[in-house]
Design a protein. Structure first.
Length: 244
């Protein structure tokens, strides 16, 4: 078992992994340290040994968010990620995206890199752009990355229409070429409501969640266009669109 840890990482991991050996030894050393009949030198050495063996247990138990386990998982995945990473030496079209030299493409770890020329969008995890590129007919920059549900997260280079929504900044696009989330660059009329510039909209077939510029939240149902609560109704009445 070799996770390619540095020496300190190996000490933490293996001491914890073989807890059924290290913990009994640690308590035996702790007993020797606390036993007053033992010589001071023995007590000191036993105390240091107990601390060395118990320290990884404390770290693992109090590890916030499982960062050590995440580190182990990343070390296991890293070699595969490297094998599925390709830096373009010249401009080329990958999975329908026209990319520039210097762009880095991260393919899915299960993808066969021998078929790189035939890769589709669902074969790609992310693309790190060295220059702006066109994606879903949008001008995007920085990173194109796929989410947990195969949605695409991109950053627009400037204000653009995203499937009819005037957006700026980061947007989320469905794999089926639909708008999922974005920040409005202009006022927008939705289901009879005037949504002000700066609103963050999350849209699906059943609900539309809107965070207004004043940070108030409005939720309406996509099927009827009606607010879902009395509080939403009051907020929506203020945004009701009235034709001149």
């Amino acid at each position: 078992m070799d996770f390619n840890f540095d020496p300190f990482g190996k000490y933490l991991f293996y001491t914890f992994y073989y807890w059924y050996i290290t913990v009994p030894i640690a308590f035996l050393l702790l007993w020797a340290c606390l036993h007053r009949n033992n010589r001071p030198g023995i007590r000191w050495i036993s105390g240091i040994g107990a601390t060395v063996l118990l320290f990884p247990m404390v770290v693992m138990v109090w590890d916030p968010g499982g960062s050590i386990n995440n580190g182990i998982n990343k070390r296991e995945v890293r070699p595969q990620k490297m094998l599925h990473t390709y830096i373009l030496k010249q401009p080329e079209t990958t999975a329908g995206i026209a990319l520039s030299a210097g762009d880095t493409v991260f393919y899915a770890t299960e993808f066969d890199m021998n078929s790189r020329k035939e890769a589709q969008l669902n074969d790609i995890d992310s693309v790190h752009l060295s220059k702006p590129a066109r994606f879903f007919n949008l001008q995007v920059k920085d990173i194109i990355r796929v989410g947990l549900h195969n949605e695409w997260n991109v950053t627009l280079t400037h204000q653009q229409l995203v499937f009819g929504w005037p957006c700026i900044g980061e947007v989320m696009i469905g794999a089926d070429s639909t708008f999922i989330r974005g920040t409005l660059a202009d006022d927008y009329i939705l289901l009879g409501y005037r949504l002000p510039k700066g609103s963050e909209v999350t849209y699906d077939s059943d609900y539309v969640n809107i965070v207004l510029p004043n940070l108030e939240l409005l939720t309406i149902t996509g099927r009827t266009g009606r607010p879902l609560s009395e509080e939403d109704k009051q907020q929506a009445d203020l945004l009701k669109y009235k034709r001149p």
